[in-house]
Design a protein. Structure first.
Length: 395
């Protein structure tokens, strides 16, 4: 039988990253591809103790259906954590999602009609493009530099009728860049004046290597922002617990969309997360993640400085999990990947992260899951390959 697929289903594509990860399961491959948190940071004993406590003291509600909005005590914890200064978050504005990826899917379903204008950074998170593209938007790629979107390039036409602007202000996937305070203030001013909704995706905000933090866009313009957060990068991704904070009018529709999608995020994993974080655990746990990632980032940067040829440039991230690389003009990172895999090194080509006009001479490296010695070997091999390919370009 050959089922007749919907037009939407026919446009579905596989994630480039997920396809690459199948290859990198081979133990001999040094993979800089996956945007996966390091398993060295998973608090296994803490999760085990939380699980035992829940199954001992409250097994029935943990194993039962729950409210779509999420476990109330977890929502209260999230609201308190994001309340700052004069901005107080109401738990009623919090929706717990099955990973923040589900939040992207719900926003696409709730806000986008076919042809709707959606503003995105250049480049932007591939998973967001996948989630939004099902609703067939028209993407407006906002020109961006090492500090994020160049907001002065936004035109009145770009802003008029745009359903929202999607951005990752902290240590963006894929570029690792962080939007500085002055540009955040500029974005807040533009959004408020234009009545623009901003989707602030912030899975990496806690991962500043120095521990410093900039104000969230949500704190600057609470009525104009849907904030997305996740426990995947600071606790463990396997629990699949994320959340969004949205103005009430939109929150109600997102709850209805989630009801149709999965009824609610698993009661059991929500309670495990709450049991793990309720007494301040993250305040001592996150610094250990930052330090591990800072050390591995530094190892990679030093190896790139030593082994990458002239004509290659890259950023020096202040936090997060990624380094963004610009190859010599004319080099295609998709073709380079095939040759790299043959030498047991993997990365993610940059082109899929662009909503429009992909830059094919770019790639993303992730360093957090790779031990220092393998980082050095992998970067040396990749640098030698780029050098050989660069020579070919000049012939």
């Amino acid at each position: 039988m050959n089922p007749t697929l919907s037009q939407r289903a026919q446009k579905l594509t596989s994630s480039v990253i997920r396809e690459i990860l199948k290859i990198t399961e081979r133990p001999e491959v040094i993979s800089f591809a996956g945007g996966l948190p390091s398993p060295d940071t998973f608090p296994v004993e803490r999760v085990l103790a939380a699980t035992q406590t829940i199954l001992t003291t409250a097994p029935t509600p943990a194993l039962q259906y729950g409210p779509t909005e999420g476990y109330l005590q977890l929502r209260e914890w999230i609201a308190a954590r994001h309340s700052t200064g004069s901005v107080r978050i109401d738990p009623a504005d919090v929706l717990v999602t099955t990973g923040s990826q589900q939040a992207l899917d719900l926003l696409g379903k709730t806000l986008i009609d076919s042809g709707s204008r959606v503003l995105v950074e250049t480049p932007t998170y591939l998973g967001a493009l996948q989630a939004f593209s099902l609703s067939e938007p028209t993407y407006v790629s906002v020109p961006s530099d090492e500090h994020g979107p160049q907001l002065e390039m936004l035109t009145r036409e770009d802003l008029s009728g745009a359903r929202f602007m999607y951005c990752l202000p902290n240590f963006q996937n894929p570029t690792g860049r962080r939007i500085p305070l002055a540009r955040r203030e500029q974005l807040a001013k533009i959004a408020v004046e234009a009545g623009l909704l901003v989707v602030e995706d912030d899975p990496y905000g806690a991962l500043s290597y120095s521990g410093d933090a900039l104000p969230t866009l949500k704190s600057m313009m609470p009525e104009n922002v849907v904030y997305l957060g996740s426990f995947s990068k600071v606790l463990t991704p396997g629990l699949r617990v994320g959340y969004l904070i949205a103005p009430q009018a939109l929150h109600r529709k997102l709850v209805q969309a989630k009801q149709a999608a999965d009824l609610h995020t698993p009661s059991f994993t929500q309670r495990i997360v709450y049991e793990c974080v309720k007494d301040g655990f993250l305040d001592t746990h996150i610094p250990t993640i930052r330090e591990l990632y800072r050390q591995r980032c530094q190892v990679m940067l030093e190896a790139m400085q030593e082994h990458f040829p002239n004509g290659v440039s890259w950023n020096r991230p202040e936090g997060g999990m990624f380094i963004w690389v610009n190859l010599p003009t004319g080099m295609d990172s998709v073709e380079l990947l095939q040759k790299a895999i043959a030498e047991n090194v993997a990365f993610v080509p940059g082109a899929p992260f662009f909503a429009n006009e992909p830059q094919r001479n770019t790639l993303r490296l992730s360093f957090v899951t790779v031990p220092p010695e393998r980082i050095q070997r992998g970067i040396a091999a990749l640098g030698a390959l780029i050098e050989r390919e660069s020579v070919g370009l000049k012939v």
